[in-house]
Design a protein around this ligand. Structure first.
Ligand code: GCU
Ligand code: CA
Length: 391
């Protein structure tokens, strides 16, 4: 009974935050629920795969991963051994819904929420104890992100680690979070180089424990990203913290952002009629900006990509050092959508401002054209940022 009460409170808090807030991980405008298994209904078919004592080291302890009440339970015994015998693993991997495995792809932003019970026997260790991983499928690559129970000096901590950048995104004391249900929120923008981002928040009932965000991370290795949950730990602990233990998870949910991460298209790479690419007024991005020809009908055209048909935010960046508006008509795939988009004075040719416009794009390739509607021509154009609807 007590557990049910706690989870009901938990659920309300999670739903409230899913739809009410723009996240730090990405400028997501909304979330689509893609995965909502109930342990008692879906069982382990909620997952793409189950790694229950995959080396068959402890048959008497099987199954180590099973449904208990409406929870997913992961048992770990000190005698359990993974195929690499310096460690132990009882994990589930990936998400399965409506007969298919869910794919978390490069460029996408996802959000996971669930309730987690870490008993006192599941302790932080001096070597790794992962309770969640984001990984490229397959052996032979390090995780991308891990949630781990780590001893820092003598203090047990729960932490999120970004491996490619070797950054601890956040860290909280573990002891106050044990032997109770806590709520986990985890958001990830999958991005190569520095295009990735992550947000990690823990709640103890209504009390926020930690809420950290980090962008500029490398969260993509190749293929796709797959979550794993369970206990994956090293036997190298020197603090005497390895015991028979377990982990409980419930109310697992995954949401996909309805928009993709912004894609930047520099004006100097667009096609155009007349004009020049200049770099004499500072503050542009890329290698320069387009100084549009001062004539009616002068145009700049970008070819932009969208993973799915739907509304997209097109944000044009411009400078206008005069005192008069330099309007341009906006056409998308040949259709005029805005007859006179205003490019107002910015105070100086080195002062740049954003002009956003929401227009429908097709799946695949689109043309976006700005055409000067007065003899003054358009402003200086720096770039176009596109936030498109996700597939
Ligand atoms: C100035 C300015 C240019 C700009 C032009 C204009 O010459 O240096 O960058 O394009 O005015 O009025 O269009
Ligand atoms: Ca000009």
């Amino acid at each position: 009974m007590q557990r049910r009460t706690l989870i009901a409170v938990t659920g309300a808090a999670i739903v409230g935050s899913v739809f009410g807030r723009v996240t730090a991980a990405a400028a997501a405008t909304g979330w689509q629920q893609r995965w909502a298994p109930e342990a008692s209904v879906d069982g382990l078919s909620a997952f793409e795969g189950v790694e229950d004592d995959r080396a068959n080291s402890h048959p008497a302890g099987q199954p180590h991963i099973f449904v208990q009440n409406n929870n997913f339970r992961f048992n770990m015994h000190t005698v359990d051994r993974d195929s690499m015998t310096d460690r132990q693993r009882q994990e589930v991997k990936g998400m399965h819904a409506q007969g298919a495995d869910l794919v978390v792809a490069n460029g996408e932003t996802w959000r996971w929420t669930y309730a987690m019970y870490i008993p006192g026997s599941l302790k932080a260790t001096t070597t790794f104890t992962h309770i969640m991983q984001m990984k490229m499928p397959g052996d032979g690559s390090l995780p991308i992100l891990t949630t781990s129970l780590q001893r820092v000096g003598t203090v047990p901590k729960i932490q999120l680690h970004s491996f490619n950048d070797d950054v601890i995104v956040g860290r909280a004391d573990l002891a106050p979070l044990q032997n109770k249900w806590i709520d986990v929120e985890f958001e990830m923008t999958v991005g190569d180089g520095a295009k990735g981002a992550v947000r990690w928040a823990l709640h103890d009932g209504a009390t926020p424990v930690i809420d950290v965000s980090r962008s500029g991370l490398d969260t993509f290795l190749g293929d796709r990203v797959r979550p794993k949950w369970g206990i994956y730990r090293s036997l190298g602990d020197t603090s005497g913290s390895l015991q028979d233990t377990y982990l409980l998870l419930t109310r697992m949910r995954a949401y996909k952002a309805t928009t993709v991460a912004p894609v930047r298209y520099e004006a100097e790479n667009a096609s155009r009629s007349g004009g020049t690419v200049d770099s004499n007024h500072a503050g542009f991005t890329g290698t320069g900006f387009v100084n549009t020809e001062n004539a009616t009908g002068a145009w700049v055209q970008w070819t932009v990509n969208a993973p799915a048909a739907g509304p997209a935010t097109l944000t044009f960046r411009h400078a206008n050092g005069t005192t008069a508006n330099r309007p341009m008509s906006l056409t998308v795939n040949g259709t005029a959508v805005a007859p006179a988009l205003a490019f107002n004075p910015t105070g100086d040719w080195t002062a740049w401002a954003d002009v956003p416009y929401t227009a429908d794009l097709n799946a695949g390739t689109n043309t976006v054209r700005l055409t000067a509607t007065t003899a003054n021509g358009g402003p200086n154009l720096d770039r176009l940022d596109v936030v498109a609807t996700a597939a």
